[in-house]
Structure formats: C-alpha cells, structure tokens
Ligand binder design. Structure first.
Ligand SMILES: [Zn+2]
Length: 331
C-alpha cells in the first residue's frame, strides 16, 4: 500500500487495519457499505415528506432494491385533511421464507423522510436539515440489510423491508395527527387485506423491528417503554452473542414512532432507537454522570454525516441479522 492509498482510507478502515477487532461484530453486515448508502441519501439534501429530494431518495432506494434482484413495491397516498398537497410514498420489498403465501412475516422498517425545517413560524426551526442520523442512518442500513438478508441460509419467515414516508411531524412540535403517515397507512391497508392477512395483522406478522436514529458514533440503543419486553430481552441476548451488550439499554424512554400503529394492530414490536439524551430538555437531575458524552444533535443542523460511524451501522445491522433466526425459533 502506498502512502497515497493510505491517505484515501477512511479512519474506520484504517482502524480496521490496525486492529484485530475489524468488522467488530459477528455477522455479514458491512458498515462501510451501509455508510455509502447513508451518504447517498444525505446527498439529496433535506428530504421532508412531499419534497422532490425525497422522491429522488425513493428512486434511489428503488434502484438499489432492484439491483439486488428483489421486487420493489410502492404505496402512493395522500392525506388531504392533515397534509394537504403532500404526496407520500412507502417503499418495500419482500424476501421470501419457507411459505411466501401464508407463512409468518417479520417486518423490518425505517423512515426515510427527514424533519421539515422550513416555513415554521419560529425562525429557529428553519435551517438546512439533512437528517444523517434521523432519516438517513436506518434507511441506508436497511439497504445493506436487504443485501445480506436476501442470501441468508434456511429462511423460515418472510421478511418485509419497509421504508416509511412521513414519520416526522409536519409541525415542529410533535403532533399525533400529522405524523407517522406512512406506518399508519401501511397498517390500515394491510389490516384490510383479507387475502394476505385473513385474521388480525399480528397473527401472521410475528414481529416488527423498527430502526430509527441509527449510526451515531457513540450509539447506545434505548429501552423503549412502548416495545415488547420479550423482544427486547431477545435483542439483548442477540447483542451478547455479537459482543455488543454494552451498547444496549443504557437509557430508558418511551417513543411515538412508526412501531406504534403496528403495536396497536396486535403486532409484537421493538424500536431500536438511540434517542435519550440527544435533546437538552430531556436531561434531568438524576441523569448519569457521563451524560456530557452524549451530544445533542437531534433535530438540529448538527445531525450531519460526520456524526455517523460505519461501525455503529454495522453493530445494528449485525444485531438485527442475529436476532431474526432467534425470533424464528419460536414462530
Ligand atoms: Zn426526527
């Protein structure tokens, strides 16, 4: 390797060269590949629901799915009452298991829209927001997961990988009626499909794994109070298997996120999210003393690519990869 080549290496791959812990987690997910996908998504700029940048991101996701030989499916919809003029698009793909027509389904999801940070009455809420972690991280990682999950040995469950539109609240402050558009629409239409889901959704869809706010260098997944406890324990076990239990459940909280409509429809859900202590207002007197390490970037211009590490993406990817066969065991 020449010095020039060395100079081209990312700091992560350089670390890999120097350390035996390269590709630190057991599993096939490649952090660098996932990072490239995130980089591409971020390159479209701010991607709020209904924007042409988000439509470009959707086309990119579609072409990536198709290049893997997987089908690209869409749901195009509007909500004239709550989001006049906004055209939403969910995208998903299916990786068949043993019985594609009636077998169990595990859904892995991420939102690919970013928070609208323009046109708000408070000027402090208007700034260029590219959502590298919030919107980019998990949706880029989901593309890398599609690559490895397509080829996994002895699949049992059908895997549905879904990129949700319109997760973010259109209003700056969270508004239940003007957020989670994509996941609510998805659950509503699937619940009404009596061919795919003859009884309730949860009967066939055995788990919904949501990834959100993924990729931060100091990643630690929170224990979300709205997630299924059994699934959370299973994911902790999966983290132990890949040697990453120190990144699990450092903090607790409860989230409104794309898993809620699924939970309300009787599906077991888990939100893999790194949120707590990303926002100054959530800090409390009983906070752990190392809190200063957790920089507040959530919904700020600081949520940029330099905050993300391929290693963190790889951790979450390998975690999901490891957990899926464990979930399949008791289907
Ligand atoms: Zn957000």
């Amino acid at each position: 390797m020449t010095l020039a080549q060395l100079g081209k290496l990312t700091s992560t791959s350089l670390l890999c060269l120097l350390s035996a812990a390269c590709g630190g987690y057991e599993g096939p997910v490649e952090g660098d590949r996932a990072f490239e996908k995130v980089e591409k998504l971020v390159s479209f700029g701010p991607r709020p629901a209904g924007s042409s940048a988000l439509r470009s991101a959707a086309s990119y996701i579609e072409s990536e799915i198709k290049s893997l030989g997987l089908p690209a499916r869409f749901q195009d919809f509007e909500d004239p009452e709550q989001a006049p003029g906004v055209k939403f698009r969910n995208i998903w793909t299916e990786i068949p298991g043993k019985d594609p027509t009636a077998g169990p389904i595990i859904l892995i999801g991420a939102h690919y829209d970013t928070k609208l940070a323009a046109g708000h009455s408070d000027p402090a809420h208007n700034f260029p927001f590219v959502g590298a972690i919030d919107g980019g991280g998990a949706s880029g990682l989901l593309l890398e997961l599609a690559r490895v999950l397509r080829d996994r040995p002895n699949p049992i469950a059908n895997l549905w990988l879904v990129w949700f539109d319109g997760e973010e609240s259109i209003d700056w402050e969270w508004n239940d009626d003007r957020s989670l558009f994509g996941s609510r629409y998805f659950v509503r239409t699937m619940s009404a499909d009596k061919i795919l889901f003859p009884s309730n959704l949860g009967k066939r869809m055995r788990a919904m794994i949501l990834m959100d706010l993924i990729g931060d260098r100091r990643i630690k997944l929170d224990r979300d109070g709205n997630s299924n406890k059994q699934l959370q324990d299973l994911f902790l076990e999966a983290a132990e298997k890949i040697g990453a239990q120190n990144k699990m459940y450092r903090f607790k909280s409860a989230f409104s996120d794309d898993h809620i409509p699924f939970r309300n429809a009787g599906v077991r859900v888990i939100d893999l999210i790194d949120f707590q202590y990303r926002t100054p207002s959530s800090r409390s007197p009983d906070e752990p003393s190392d809190i200063a390490r957790y920089v507040a970037w959530w919904h700020t211009a600081e949520d940029s690519l330099d905050k993300i590490s391929p290693d963190s993406l790889e951790f979450v990817g390998d975690l999901v990869w490891t957990a899926i066969p464990m979930i399949e065991k008791d289907l």
